[in-house]
Design a protein around this ligand. Structure first.
Ligand code: ADP
Length: 729
């Protein structure tokens, strides 16, 4: 229980406190058990003593009755004396004086039934004797005819306190006199002396009325005194017993009493309380002393041992700290086997730590070497301490000297002005806990050269889930970027050239095909004019000419129709194209334009199967057009609004739909019907051909292209194409 108590403490206790608790927990129960044993022993001793004392009181009470019995027997013998029966009181006086010596009595006297004293050995025969006023014993003997003992009373002859034993004197079947032996209390003193009680005990003999007849101490002072009513009540409850009380001379005692069965007199033996509890007190004092001594010794020992343990443990703290700092621990001499083992364990741990450190340094070096070889710059940004660690390769990439202090501001200063906002946004996002960290941007080196940098990293969080660290790599992507830009440029050029070529060819063909009917219409019209100028005009001829003009015009229309059909049919090579891949390619291609416009693209390419049979270049052109239109529509939008969503989704079982959704100004309802018409534009420098060419391309792929306004603002342009398998089927 103590251990669980110690475990539950908020602050773990010290070794000293623990050992002190242990010592107390060991010693106190032992002391408690000893105290119980002592109490039980004392209780037994006390019971035994009281039982012995009752025996002694009983013996004293028996002795009292025995004294009275002896006197009664002797008086009984005297009562049958012939002299007495014959009335020779003088002769009887001499006889009585002789007998008196063998009795515990002071005088023998004869009373007639009226209480008149007929004779007393205390007075010479013939002297006048008194009559007793009150003689309860005499009345008792006359009534019962049996011998008896009086209580203590004042003797009529010398006014002393005395008691008397009386027997009846019979003549002719009647009690004619009583023969009495009177005694002073001193006669009974031997009863108590014979018990050989310890001098401190108080003993007394009381008559039947509860008055002291004899006493072990200060007899003269207390003889004749009655006990208190309460004491007498206690004594009246049984013939033997004991109770706590105070003696007449004021001593606290446990008093034991026994009543003599014949006389009804009681012997009281009082054991002073101090003596009764002396053993207990001595034992208790001894126990307390022993407990305190054991506690003191135990605690001193605990203090000593705990001090040594604590010292040993504390001596191991500096070595443990040294291990933490990567230093070799110096283990001092220790005093305990366990501490020595712990010291050895620390030594082993230090060796393991050294090995692990060496291994980690080696792997770190290998990593740095690999990173160097791959021209990867490693960086770690501590978001809490706002510190940046940069590898030498990174510094070389960004044109900083090794060891030169570099902060975020220095890094941003290197970034191309057009890309700075986007870089700052990514840095801020990392601090907000956006887990992915990926960007491509341009930097300008101190010598003015430009470099494209690709940065990839991840944000690490602390135990509370707050972003704490960003770790990543940067690499030089100038070559790749240049290649992409070149490809895009070429793509744009090709697109432009093909458009120019188509327009040129179209206009050439138109000119060629229309030249002939137009020339015919012109010469017919000139002829008609001439016929109309004649007087009178030749209307029949004019009519003929107008029919020709109509025919020529129809032919010109047919030419245009035929050319359009030709243009529409334009067969291009088809191959399976995955629209999801194509979308990612196009977004990568446009990344710089998008960054420059401050626009983010989110892809939701959820169509699991998005392969169409198509001309990939033409479809790229369509998507580029749609994305650039969306960009134009969002010019000047708030940064958090400037997001284009490109979503792919299945459209039934046989088609896939690609939607470009923007948050721009939207398309005015009146314009919705016209935006796919050639040369419809609302832009200052627009050609108005983009959407019409797109719709032609899509139609050539058996698909549809349409636009709508979003309920929440902005426009969506949807492109639906049959799936490759469906197209083949
Ligand atoms: P251009 O882009 O050269 O104007 P287009 O045929 O590509 O030619 O577009 C025609 C017109 O359609 C645009 O001028 C513009 O008014 C409107 N338009 C196209 N896409 C959008 C869009 N996403 N949001 C709003 N208007 C658009």
């Amino acid at each position: 229980m103590t251990l669980s108590l110690l475990r539950n403490l908020k602050h773990p206790p010290s070794v000293k406190a623990s050992l002190a608790v242990l010592v107390i927990a060991c010693i106190l129960p032992v002391s408690g058990v000893t105290a119980i044993l002592i109490l039980s022993f004392y209780h037994k001793e006390r019971t035994q003593l009281i039982s012995n004392t009752i025996g002694r009181a009983r013996a004293a009470a028996t002795a009292v009755d025995h004294d009275f019995g002896t006197a009664t027997t002797a008086l009984g013998a005297l009562a049958t004396s012939r002299m007495l029966l014959a009335g020779d009181l003088q002769g009887f006086h001499s006889r009585a004086v002789t007998v008196l010596g063998s009795l515990h009595a002071d005088s023998i006297l004869v009373l007639d039934p009226t209480g008149k004293m007929l004779m007393s050995t205390r007075r010479p025969y013939g002297e006048p004797l008194p009559t007793l006023n009150s003689a309860p014993l005499l009345r008792r003997i006359l009534a019962s005819g049996k011998p008896g003992v009086s209580d203590l009373f004042k003797g009529p002859l010398n006014q002393q306190l005395i008691y008397t034993v009386g027997v009846p004197v019979w003549r002719d079947g009647r009690v004619v006199m009583t023969l009495n032996a009177t005694a002073t209390p001193a006669q009974l003193a031997h009863v108590l002396v014979e018990q050989q009680l310890p001098p401190s005990w108080r003993a007394s003999v009381l008559d039947a009325s509860g008055r002291v007849v004899t006493r072990s101490h200060e007899m003269e002072k207390y003889v004749g005194q009655r006990l208190s009513d309460e004491q007498l009540r206690h004594a009246a409850t049984a013939s033997e017993g004991g109770f706590n009380t105070t003696t007449l001379d004021g001593i606290e005692v446990f008093v034991v009493f026994s009543r003599a069965p014949v006389s009804g007199w009681t012997v009281f033996l009082g054991i002073p309380q101090r003596e009764l509890t002396a053993g207990l007190r001595a034992n208790t004092a001894w126990l307390i002393g022993a407990t305190l001594a054991a506690l003191a010794a135990g605690l001193a020992l605990a203090w000593l041992v705990a001090g040594r343990i604590t010292r040993s443990v504390q001596l191991l703290i500096p070595p443990a700290l040294a291990i933490g700092h990567g230093q070799a621990p110096a283990i001092p001499p220790l005093q305990f086997k366990e501490a020595i083992e712990l010291g050895q364990a620390l030594r082993n741990a230090a060796a393991s730590v050294r090995e692990a450190r060496a291994a980690s340094q080696e792997s770190e070096q290998r990593l740095l070497l690999a990173a160097d070889a791959a021209h990867l710059g490693i960086w770690i940004r501590d978001l809490k301490r706002q510190e940046i660690w940069l590898s030498d390769q990174w510094r070389a990439l960004f044109g900083f000297a090794a060891g030169q202090p570099v902060g975020l501001a220095d890094l941003l200063a290197r970034v191309h002005a057009d890309d700075r906002a986007a870089v700052q946004r990514t840095l801020d996002n990392a601090e907000l806990g956006v887990p992915r960290y990926e960007m491509e941007y341009r930097i300008t080196l101190p010598d003015g050269a430009q470099r494209w940098i690709g940065s990839h990293g991840s944000v690490e969080t602390d135990a509370a889930g707050r972003p704490a660290l960003v770790r990543g790599v940067s690499l030089d992507i100038t070559a790749r970027k240049q290649a992409e830009l070149d490809a895009l440029q070429r793509q744009k050029e090709v697109t432009h050239l093909s458009r120019v070529a188509v327009l040129g060819e179209l206009s050439g063909a138109l000119a060629h095909e229309l030249n002939q009917p137009l020339t015919a219409i012109l010469s017919n019209a000139q002829a008609a004019r001439r016929f109309l100028e004649r007087q009178p005009p030749d209307l029949a001829e004019v009519d003929e000419i107008l029919r020709d003009i109509i025919d020529e015009d129809r032919r010109a229309g047919e030419v245009i129709q035929r050319l359009r059909r030709l243009f529409d049919k334009g067969e291009t090579p088809r191959a399976p194209v995955d629209l999801n891949f194509l979308t990612r390619d196009v977004i990568r291609l446009l990344r710089n334009d998008l960054i420059n416009h401050g626009i983010a693209v989110r892809t939701e390419l959820t169509a699991p199967h998005a392969v169409a049979s198509a001309d990939a270049v033409q479809l790229q052109q369509v998507l580029i057009n749609l994305l650039m239109n969306a960009c134009d529509a969002m010019a000047g939008a708030a940064p958090d609004e400037a997001v284009i969503v490109v979503r792919s989704a299945p459209a039934g079982a046989a088609a896939v739909q690609l939607s470009v959704i923007d948050h721009g100004a939207g398309i005015p309802a009146a314009a919705l019907a016209h935006i796919f018409e050639p040369f419809y534009t609302t832009k200052e420098r627009g050609m108005g051909l983009g959407l019409s060419i797109c719709r032609n391309i899509v139609a050539a792929h058996h698909g549809q292209l349409w636009a709508e306004n979003n309920p929440g603002g902005g426009a969506s342009v949807h492109l639906r194409l049959p799936l490759a398998t469906a197209a083949i089927a």
